[in-house]
Design a binder for this molecule. Sequence first.
Ligand code: PLP
Length: 440
Amino acid sequence: MDAPIGRPNDLSAFWMPYTANRAFKEAPRMVVAAKDMHYTAGDGRPILDGTAGLWCVNAGHARPRVVEAIRRQAEALDFAPTFQFGHPSAFTLASRLADMFPIGLDHAFFTNSGSEAVDTALKIALAYHRARGEGQRTRLIGRERGYHGSGFGGTAVGGIVKNRMHYGAAVQPVDHICHTHLPENAFSRGCPANGAELAEDLARRIALHDASNVAAVIIEPVAGSTGVLLPPEGYLARVREICDQAGILLIFDEVITGFGRLGTPSAADYFGVTPDLMTLAKGLTNAAVPMGAVMTTGAVHDTVVNGAPAGIELFHGYTYSGHPLACAAALATLDTYTEEDLFLRASRLAPFWEERIHALRGRPNVIDIRNLGLVGAIELSPRPGAPGARAYEAMVRAFDEGIMIRVTGDIIALSPPLIITEAQVDELFGTLERVLDALP
Ligand code: PLP
């Protein structure tokens, strides 16, 4: 007989991703339903979603337009190949995205995840230089403490030691510039004042390898997964200048920052810095169907496409690139963002969010607090000899107290759906206060 929903008979077969499998299976944190700002836990309790799932359910859970669009699409056209054939909504979605993002990012290549978007962007960067007759530009540059997904390319340019150390050299010849997280910026509100000069590390790396060998640099404008690391004022604009001088493509990984997280369509809009390529996923479909995308400038697209002989121009793609269900979910999601003005809503709520998160200063073990838009991080001092244990315990206790938070090392990261109300922001931080006060 089937076990009731929420209580599977056996937890052993599912090898869970980025999870302490043994600990989880001893004391599972199961959710069985979700609507708007809340999950329902396996025992029926409402859980306030402080992280929009994994930074992805930007419009809140199970939004009617999105649910209905997926249902209708599944009936009308469940699948169509996008290799040498097409279906209308993939083209409509690409045009909608081109209209939405900074002037010049006007072509979309569809993938199924952020990881695939990153690998796709890196491959397009290599193909671009080759099409220009500079095929020796193969070096890719990432940044310490960057997260670019779990593909081989993204792992290689990523800067999280544990994600890299088990897999040898991964793929490309890569290098990494230094991260921008400085102790003197602790408790900054918004982007920190110190550290724009860290962009010069990129110029040094480029000089070391010689610009003629470097294809692209990829960075998260705001690093999310390593604990909300914010760019110092002026840093991103200087990175853009250095790339232009060296003829290197700038890739912004906006898998987290895209779709309203900072109160704007993208971080590129927020900072007024336009990359050559931009990776997207998560909020693109409100996470209801997996989908990613790479946006490129006309220059990048035309160089690869128009420079190729007749026939297929880019030998790359996925069976599910532009999947009809994902396109339907994405179009309905974009409509929801527009109709409810959710990006503007996020930017209006951001000052209140900032006040509330910084009110946690002075709570036990809190050594830094960071925020921008509707993103925030609370960094705890690690327990001696047990890094990460304190924040992990905070996550477990928070779930018991009715809120979902995310932790990385000893950093608590928060990124609620953009529909969160002031009362729910209060509830989130009020609960977190109690959890922190009680935490050994
Ligand atoms: N890039 C960034 C900046 C991310 O935060 C993530 C996921 O968190 C990814 C890429 C990978 O996306 P996915 O998990 O959809 O493959």
